[in-house]
Ligand binder design. Structure first.
Ligand code: 5GP
Length: 187
């Protein structure tokens, strides 16, 4: 795939399908750079240290904030999440296609730092389908699901501020649409 080298920020509500789309893009394009974040949340089934996240304690995370080691960071659903600065700056310097999986706060911060970056919001086809998918995913506790729904309703209001909104009704179509954005062929 001939993607335009740039920084692509992909956001969505929890359970919106963003991770699945990113995984599909990376599988097909191993040369893409994916920014692996640090988090203080507990690992979920399927998480792998250094592959999905770097799992840190709160003091470890706070030390990295104090040491200026994050490109951006935010508190999301009651946990800290942050983008390690050095690797993303290297990827930008090397003109690689770089993908970031960020919440809407992170997307806004990075867009401010780099206005030429491209922000993509993956939106579920309806609120009902989204909540059903989130529950069906089975990876979160009841409290965590409730928090993600509460936050997601606020995040959905932010969708129009993104460069592109992709409706994830059929996964294959959503992937095709994101690919077109990366190739610069989607208006
Ligand atoms: P999850 O716990 O479901 O993996 O992620 C929760 C939220 O945190 C998602 O919206 C995800 O995009 C966001 N997130 C993951 N890493 C980062 C990061 O480094 N910075 C920010 N701002 N958000 C992140």
């Amino acid at each position: 795939m001939k993607a335009v080298p740039n920084l692509y920020i992909i956001s969505s509500v929890a359970g919106g399908g963003k991770s699945t789309i990113i995984q599909a893009l990376l599988k097909e394009n191993p040369e893409f750079y994916f920014s692996i974040s640090c988090t203080t949340r507990d690992p979920r089934p399927g998480d792998e240290e250094g592959k999905t996240y770097y799992f840190l304690t709160i003091p470890e995370f706070q030390k990295k904030i104090a040491d200026g080691e994050f490109y951006e960071w935010a508190e999301v659903h009651g946990n800290y999440y942050g983008t390690p600065k050095a690797p993303i700056l290297d990827a930008i310097k090397e003109h690689r296609v770089a993908l970031m999986d960020l919440d809407v706060q992170g997307a806004k911060s990075v867009k401010q730092l780099r206005p030429e970056s491209v922000t993509i919001f993956i939106e579920p086809p309806s609120r009902e389908i989204w909540i059903e998918r989130l529950i069906r995913r089975g990876t979160d506790s009841k409290t965590s699901i409730e928090k993600r729904i509460e936050n997601g309703i606020i995040e959905l209001d932010e969708a129009p501020s993104f460069d592109y909104v992709v409706i994830n009704d059929r996964l294959e179509d959503a992937i095709t649409e994101v690919k077109a954005i990366l190739c610069g062929t989607k208006s």
